[in-house]
Design a protein around this ligand. Structure first.
Ligand code: ADP
Ligand code: MG
Length: 280
């Protein structure tokens, strides 16, 4: 079986650039997976996201989304429909004067009949827990609420894939959690494939797979906790941070205190330490 996304030996260069922004990147993703993409600024993450929804095309190699090649001009809209992107700045994503108008916008553009449109608007706002705000003005919402409305606008179009391009990076911890909870739920109950480009390590840890980008190349790929645990020095070289929980576990292990390798969040670590201290 081929994956919902197949990236094969992709090279991309911006018009005026002297160097490739994406260099020989390959990976594939199965439907329902959650992929985290991490890497320092300028490593090519957003460029990769734009190659995945066909906004940019590789000069060599291929990107296939839900069976359609992005460089096949006949299927541009099929691909755009399958891939929704949530961007970093919550304030740049609104077109409507109310939450309802905003979610309606994409549906109108796709010629969805009015009755079905209303159904989809209510349904998607419910899924992001924003149905109470349907008549509110978007600019009055919190950052987390704005991003949830942006997600509602995307899922109203029933995409198979959602890409979060640093979509939580401008939010406070509460907003971040709201957005992540919504995405987690969409991934688990609707089997939507998630690609999260993020600096937030806890967000990256939610993924079942992670890619590390450096200077346009995919330099590491694997399970997030395995990468963070096994490639400490490499990550430093790529200007990435090892999560606090893993740093602490490694320091404890050096002193003979070996904790459950499956605890990743601070809460889980506290739990483990609690068990450990009550044993001794
Ligand atoms: P990231 O999202 O990881 O920060 P980007 O994909 O935005 O990285 O950028 C990758 C490289 O491409 C960088 O060197 C950046 O300067 C360059 N780049 C990004 N967008 C453009 C553009 N529109 N025109 C020319 N170069 C660009
Ligand atoms: Mg970027």
């Amino acid at each position: 079986m081929t994956g919902i996304i197949e990236v094969r030996n992709v090279f991309f260069r911006y018009n005026d650039a002297e160097e490739d922004a994406i260099k020989n990147v390959s990976f594939s993703l199965d439907e329902g997976e959650w992929l985290a993409i991490v890497g320092h600024n300028g490593s090519g993450k957003s460029t990769l996201a734009k190659l995945l929804n066909g906004l940019l095309l590789p000069y060599s190699g291929t990107v296939t989304v839900a069976g359609f090649k992005t460089n096949d001009a006949n299927h541009v809209w099929d691909i755009r429909k399958q891939v929704g992107v949530v961007f970093q700045n919550p304030d740049n994503q609104f077109v409507g004067t109310t939450v309802m108008d905003d979610v309606a916008f994409g549906l109108e553009n796709n010629g969805i009949p009015r009755e079905e449109m209303l159904e989809r608007i209510y349904d998607s706002l419910r899924k992001v827990q924003m149905e109470k705000f349907i008549n509110h003005e978007p600019h009055r919402l919190s950052g987390g609420q704005k991003q949830r409305v942006a997600i509602a606008g995307i899922i109203a179009l029933k995409p198979k894939i959602i890409i979060l391009d640093e979509a939580t990076s401008m939010l406070d911890p509460k907003g971040r959690k709201e957005v992540i909870d919504v995405v987690k739920n969409l991934n688990e109950s609707e089997n939507i494939t998630v690609i999260s480009i993020t600096h937030d390590i806890e967000e990256a840890m939610l993924a079942n797979r992670m890619i590390v980008m450096n200077q346009g190349e995919k330099v590491l790929e694997g399970r997030p906790h395995e990468i963070f645990a096994a490639y400490r020095d490499k990550l430093k070289e790529y200007q990435l941070e090892v999560p606090f929980v893993i740093q602490l576990k490694q320091k404890l292990a050096e002193r003979g205190i070996v904790l459950n390798e499956h605890s990743f969040t601070q809460e889980e670590l506290v739990e483990e330490l609690w068990k450990f201290t009550s044993k001794t």
